[in-house]
Design a protein around this ligand. Structure first.
Ligand SMILES: Nc1ncnc2c1ncn2[C@@H]1O[C@H](COP(=O)(O)OP(=O)(O)OP(=O)(O)O)[C@@H](O)[C@H]1O
Ligand SMILES: [Mg+2]
Ligand SMILES: [Zn+2]
Length: 507
């Protein structure tokens, strides 16, 4: 009777908890059982493992084979356990040596031929195995992502035979080294802010948003450049730190969307369509997958045509906006995903779009406008730091603009980066994330200015929460100017971005 123990890792949120794969061979009628509450996918892996072993010219032991995946209550989906199960069988039947197995962790799905196929959620596995000080063996297709943290001990293989040859010490696998070890991978040419003519107020708002990590709502008639502006925000966002970049990749790694992988070090920019469901936005599924709010973690969630989103869908944003995380509850378990994103949104002022426009008349009735606006709840709007109007431009601005060169994104990005550096030196984070205590500490106002803000808040009918948001905004404005103190002008500019009273609709 033989017992073999092989280590592997499950996928739980963006964690990768350890799974011990125990293989026991005993006398009795030949059979193959996997215990530990495995899902259908794990049961299917029995067939793959058997074929892979046979097709790799090993013996499939005609004994009673019992595999236990422990702990039993972890989600164990997917073929990721094929490789450790196969190795467990080979070790228990003494076809490969057992003694060094405990220094490794294995993940990988097997094809019937014994070839290794990629799995999801590699980066969390790599981070966890590094912490546990074991060597990670995985499919070659997953190696690039697993090696992102840099100093990992990663062995990449393409076939079950490669792994066994390594364990038999016949042909060692080489340590995988990333091809491109820099933090920021070269990114595709981005859209440039200079392509947007005029709209200085909105551009200023965009710069402040980028610098402080604030939320932004742009409102204006059709065709004034709102979508254009928002899609150029990534070109002025500050670079991610290494840890932030790893968090981003870890989330994208466990999600199942097969879009091209986000370049490492790039802030995500997610723009779900307004028909998106609540679960697409916050995440879900029987094995919870991250939704748009998590895929936008450390980056931007852009909701274009904000009032077109289902109101219930918008309400679910309140939790992550407040806490920076999202909890997905299922009957069997709860999974938490990070969801600290900047919310950027765009909308027309009314259903026809032309309310307040100087040239075209709005065709909407008061009732229609009220209904349109009421789709956005006050508490949601209250959580967006800045509102800015994006008015229709005089036609000259668009046509003769070549006489007035617009600023390039690179120039703006330089200012943003130096403002972010000031914030990090002060509080190790961007201003939008300052706590109330930190606001008190870092946004000290002169008595005169303080009195001015409180009066303004009262006059504009803003909430108490607004007070803190205005101070944070003013802090960012001061940082962009390189000023240590927040002064009267900074506060006045910050107030100009709180137009929430207009959004509650015509009285
Ligand atoms: N400020 C601008 N500078 C240069 N081009 C502009 C500007 N505003 C609008 N345009 C042109 O108009 C097109 C529409 O702009 P955009 O889609 O950004 O408008 P929008 O404000 O999002 O409108 P809607 O409310 O209908 O969504 C752009 O593709 C661009 O060609
Ligand atoms: Mg648009
Ligand atoms: Zn209208």
């Amino acid at each position: 009777m033989r017992l073999a123990v092989v280590y592997s890792r499950a996928s739980l949120g963006i964690q990768a908890p350890l799974v011990t794969v125990e293989t026991h061979l005993s006398a009795g009628l030949p059979g193959f059982t996997i215990v530990g509450l495995p899902e259908t996918a794990v049961k299917e892996s029995k067939d793959r493992v058997r074929s892979a072993i046979l097709n790799s010219q090993f013996d499939f032991p005609s004994r009673r084979i019992t595999i236990n995946l422990a702990p039993a209550d972890l989600p164990k989906e997917g073929g990721r356990f094929d490789l450790p199960i196969a190795l467990g069988i080979l070790a228990a039947s003494q076809q490969i040596p057992c003694n060094a197995l405990h220094t490794y962790e294995f993940v990988g799905e097997l094809a019937l031929s014994g070839k290794l196929h990629a799995i999801h959620g590699t980066l969390p596995v790599a981070l966890a195995s590094r912490k546990a000080n074991r060597t990670l063996v995985l499919p070659l297709q997953n190696a690039e992502e697993a090696a992102l943290p840099g100093d990992n001990h990663i062995l990449a293989a393409t076939h079950l035979l490669d792994v066994s040859a390594h364990l038999i010490q016949k042909i060692p696998l080489n340590s995988y080294v990333r091809q491109n070890p820099s933090v920021t991978e070269s990114t595709a040419a981005q859209l440039d802010l200079a392509e947007v003519k005029g709209q200085m107020h909105a551009k200023r708002a965009l710069e402040i948003t980028a610098a402080g990590g604030h939320g932004l709502l742009m409102m204006g008639p059709p065709g004034t450049g709102k979508t254009m502006l928002a899609s150029r925000l990534p070109s002025i966002l500050p670079p991610l730190s290494l840890d932030e970049a790893l968090e981003v990749i870890a989330i994208h790694s466990v999600s199942r969307n097969h879009q091209p992988r986000l370049p490492f070090g790039q802030r995500p920019f997610r723009a779900p369509h307004h028909t998106a469901s609540a679960s697409a936005l916050v995440g879900g599924g029987s094995y919870p997958r991250p939704g748009e709010v998590s895929l936008a973690h450390n980056g931007v969630l852009f909701l274009d045509e904000l009032p077109e989103f289902d109101r219930r869908v918008l309400e679910v944003l309140r939790e992550p906006l407040e806490s920076g995380t999202i909890l997905i509850s299922r009957a069997t378990r709860q999974t938490e995903f990070p969801a600290r994103f900047q919310l950027v949104a765009a909308m027309n002022p009314c259903p026809c779009g032309y309310l307040g426009d100087l040239k075209r008349r709005c065709q909407c009735t008061l009732d229609q406008i009220k209904r349109y606006r009421s789709r956005l709840s006050g508490p949601l709007l209250d959580r967006i730091d800045m509102q800015v109007e994006v008015p229709a431009l005089p036609i000259e601005t668009l046509s003769f603009s070549h006489t007035l060169p617009e600023e390039n994104s690179d120039v703006v990005l330089k200012r943003v980066i130096s403002a972010v550096e000031r914030q990090h030196a002060r509080a190790l984070k961007q201003n939008a994330r300052l706590t109330n205590r930190e606001i008190q500490q870092y946004c000290v106002l002169e008595p005169k200015t303080h009195q001015f803000v409180t009066q303004a808040i009262e006059k504009l009918g803003l909430s108490a929460r607004s007070y803190h948001r205005i101070l944070k905004l003013a802090r960012t404005i001061a940082d962009l100017e390189g000023s240590d103190t927040v002064n009267h002008e900074h506060i006045i500019e910050a107030l100009s971005f709180r137009k929430i009273e207009q959004l509650s609709g015509p009285k």
